[in-house]
Design a protein around this ligand. Sequence first.
Ligand code: FAD
Length: 408
Amino acid sequence: PPTLAIVGASYAGVQLAASARDAGFDGRILMFGDEPHLPYQRPPLSKGLLTGKTTVAALALKSADFYREARIEHVPDMRVSHIDPAAHRLTLADGSTLAWDWLALATGARCRALPMPGAGLQGVHALRSLDDALALDEAAHKGKRVCVIGGGFIGLEVAAALAGRGLEVTVVELGSRLLSRAVTPEISRFVASLHAAHCVRVLCNSAVQAIHGHAGKVSAVELESGECLGCDLVVAGIGVVPNDELARAAGIVCANGIVTDALGRTSAPGVLAIGDCAATPNPHAAEPDTPLRLESIQVANDLARAAASLIAGQPQACIAVPWFWSDQYDAKLQMAGLMSPTDDVVVRGDPASGRFSVFCLRDGCIAAVQTVSRPADHMLGRKLVAARTAIAADTLADPDFDPRTLIP
Ligand code: FAD
């Protein structure tokens, strides 16, 4: 029987293994992960785990029994160090090799390293793994003043969680607004006011020049403006880089991620790439044919399902609407579809109430819906984006108009 080897034991790898079995793949499935844990959920690392609402025990993606029953051989603490697509072999960190029929790269991404002096001081943290989260949680018990570098989702979730624990928090963001890559200016403004209301200082248009320390421990962050922010904890949330080194070394085409088609096929026959490490065309993007690397659980799961369908001999590309969420304080941000900076924007509801929705229109159709604490609008938004619903901006802007009537 054929062997499916999966590199990376997280969302994409686990979903691929599970879906391949479900779809009738009867060969051997091996899933190598370089972390010591059973595959676990990452979103709570910057949310519930830091606020104390979630425990480590609740993080497992699946139970050990699940892997056993589905005959998925999870090999923890084992790095794949080399792949040879021509010979259909891979090499493990312990020097042993394995022959495969299908190879899936589900290697994810890692935190971008801080490029300034002082980045190696004690008290400077980043957040990707469970071990990172436990180290940050412990540091936050002793810390008083935190500087978060980067006003993206992870930086802001950490800021919210630590402010809620009584730490004094400053967020330093290079861009002119928070979350600028992912949300409209209307949502950015709301998020900035939300953090201000919780006494978090948000500095946009601000670059960190250096991190200073005392006896090896962080003591301050210096901005390009010359301002020095005293702190005993720094959390970097400045984005991630795809783990595409195995693919690059094997000559597989990469461009901000391992380039694939809609079924996860890379430029090497038999080698698939899925999840945060992959750049895949997305039918909902402003440029649907350009490979796009999206960092989200929905994308990891849906591409894994598409790749599994290929392995099982019934290929079915993924056409799902991309969606994402973020929890900060009591606010639930939810994004459906992919916005583009040139979209027309219609706001429904009053941002001052803490519950509103932003509709992004492209070529007269609903291309994205971003909501704050309006989960019903988010679910409706997914349907409207999927159907590429046409609507005039002034109709949608009318508070008396009910967008639910747009569903046929
Ligand atoms: P990863 O989860 O990155 O897993 C890849 C695994 O492969 C890792 O364990 C890595 O160590 C391992 N690996 C890499 N190279 C090798 C190798 N050579 N050999 C063996 N193993 C290897 N997404 C959302 O949709 N909503 C959220 O609210 C959200 N919140 C998040 C909060 C945090 C703190 C973080 C870090 C991420 C969050 N994300 C969220 C993003 C989401 O977690 C990722 O999109 C998702 O984890 C991608 O899954 P993946 O399987 O592609 O990669």
